[in-house]
Design a binder for this molecule. Sequence first.
Ligand SMILES: N[C@@H](CCC(=O)N[C@@H](CS)C(=O)NCC(=O)O)C(=O)O
Length: 92
Amino acid sequence: MASEQPPQLLLHYLEHSRSQRILWLLEELEVPYTIKIYRRDSQGTPPPELSLVHPTGKLPVLEDGSLILAESGAIVGTLAAANIMPSPISRL
Ligand SMILES: N[C@@H](CCC(=O)N[C@@H](CS)C(=O)NCC(=O)O)C(=O)O
């Protein structure tokens, strides 16, 4: 019997940020993913380990195996290009 594979996509998510865009899209598309949440401190400052996720120190970042995607717009575009959008924008 084959064992169930864990989702390949890992979303690095900073609370109260545009990371929400990617979370929303993954949910809408019903794409399996795991999520790692980074919390802001009481001043709203993000944790320093963001720079370990990506050299820019900014989130969201979406990991797909060895592929590391940054920039929320690029992540959205990549998910769309992966042909998992229900219909092309041109048909809307
Ligand atoms: N153009 C980038 C901007 C990313 C960005 O500025 N992310 C902010 C949160 S919305 C962040 O990670 N800030 C952490 C910091 O500045 O330390 C995108 O759209 O993903």
